[in-house]
Design a protein around this ligand. Structure first.
Ligand SMILES: [Zn+2]
Length: 79
């Protein structure tokens, strides 16, 4: 089986076990739920996150688009 290729962005990111948010691996704690206490506050945060998933997806697409444009520019200058 081929090893799964992960884009650099994913390798640098870490999924939080508490709230499911993705945050930079370099960060010691999840910046999203780090100051949120367990219980109702955390549950509310998770719900909020679910509602915001659509915009997260759009952010990913624009990131990929920017990466593709950058790659094209690099290839263009190399030729
Ligand atoms: Zn978290």
């Amino acid at each position: 089986m081929q090893p799964v290729f992960l884009p650099p962005k994913i390798r640098m990111m870490k999924r939080c076990q508490r709230c499911g948010s993705v945050y930079p691996r370099k960060a010691a704690d999840c910046p999203v739920c780090n100051d949120v206490e367990d219980g109702p506050a955390l549950e509310a945060l998770k719900k909020q996150r679910k509602a915001g998933l659509v915009s997260f997806g759009l952010m990913d697409i624009s990131f990929l688009l920017a990466a593709a444009i950058l790659l094209l520019l690099l290839l263009g200058s190399a030729l």
